[in-house]
Design a protein around this ligand. Structure first.
Ligand code: NAD
Length: 247
């Protein structure tokens, strides 16, 4: 066991309020490609073209093809050992919550109950007219962008597209936790998407110990990280759990 894992486990053992912030990297081992990684859906559909609200409003039926494909991809994916380790940390009473930028529902599927969906959830739809939400029927998504069953207005995936604001309740809860926590575990995020990327900086400026799990170094690694766990989260997070169990 490396000394950095032992150091991270010691910080968690003494924590009064530990939280995790996760990004696309934690789901990479479940088969969902990251934005900036190689391969998969993002090479076929540029995020700029298919993940912005302006593009959706301009041509909803075209952009819907992308979301339909993403929902199909996510449906076939299962949580990996990284998601499970975070759910275990919550069950053990160590972790107060997971703030996730992901829209894939895999933390909930792994058993995490306190999940703040900072960028929404691709398994739901929201109506642009009356704001009704409903779950997507992934077996019957259709070729055309869906219409609301109540008011017939256009519905969109209940995710934060480029050009949209973070849901107020998620922003409020996430920022409050970032200010309050004494340990933050930052997993698989590139530190490039704001305002989510502010959270580790907020935590650090309030004195939190920052544990980072990533396969590559990021701006966090250079500026705020206290314990950098290099490697896939599906390996490093279970190692962290094992170190925590050893007294
Ligand atoms: P990103 O694609 O910008 O960065 C991913 C980060 O994960 C990189 O730093 C990379 O080095 C790291 N990484 C890759 N594999 C890893 C692994 N196995 N273990 C640990 N780290 C690993 O992702 P982001 O910072 O989350 O920002 C992209 C935005 O797009 C976010 O809003 C994100 O949630 C969204 N997105 C979501 C999904 C999803 O829901 N699964 C997938 C792609 C993008």
């Amino acid at each position: 066991m490396t000394s950095v894992i032992v150091q991270a486990a010691a910080a968690l053992r003494n924590a009064k309020c530990a939280v995790a912030v996760t990004g696309a990297g934690i789901s990479a081992e479940s088969g969902i490609p990251t934005f900036r990684g190689e391969g998969g859906i993002w090479e076929k559909y540029s995020p700029d073209e298919f993940a912005s609200i302006a593009a959706y409003l301009r041509d909803p039926n075209k952009v819907w093809q992308f979301w339909r494909e993403l929902a199909g991809l996510v449906k076939g994916c299962r949580p990996n050992a990284g998601h499970v380790a975070l759910a275990d940390l919550e069950r053990m009473g160590v972790l107060r919550g997971v703030i996730t930028q992901n829209v894939d529902n895999l933390h909930q599927a792994a058993g995490s109950t306190r999940v703040i969906e900072y960028h929404g959830n691709a398994r739901r739809l929201v109506c642009l007219g009356c704001h009704k939400r409903k779950n997507i029927d992934t077996n019957n998504m259709g070729d055309r962008a869906p219409r609301c069953p109540i008011c017939a207005d256009l519905m969109k995936p209940d995710v934060v597209m480029f050009g949209e604001d973070i849901p107020r309740h998620a922003m409020f809860e996430a920022h409050a936790l970032a200010e309050k926590c004494d340990v933050m575990i930052v997993v698989g995020t590139s530190a490039q998407v704001y305002p989510a990327a502010e959270l580790p900086f907020i935590a650090k400026s309030n004195g939190a110990f920052i544990i980072e799990s990533n396969t590559e170094r990021t701006e966090f690694s250079e500026v705020v990280t206290d314990a950098y766990l290099e490697g896939p989260a599906g390996e490093t997070l279970p190692q962290l759990l094992r170190a925590l169990a050893q007294r």
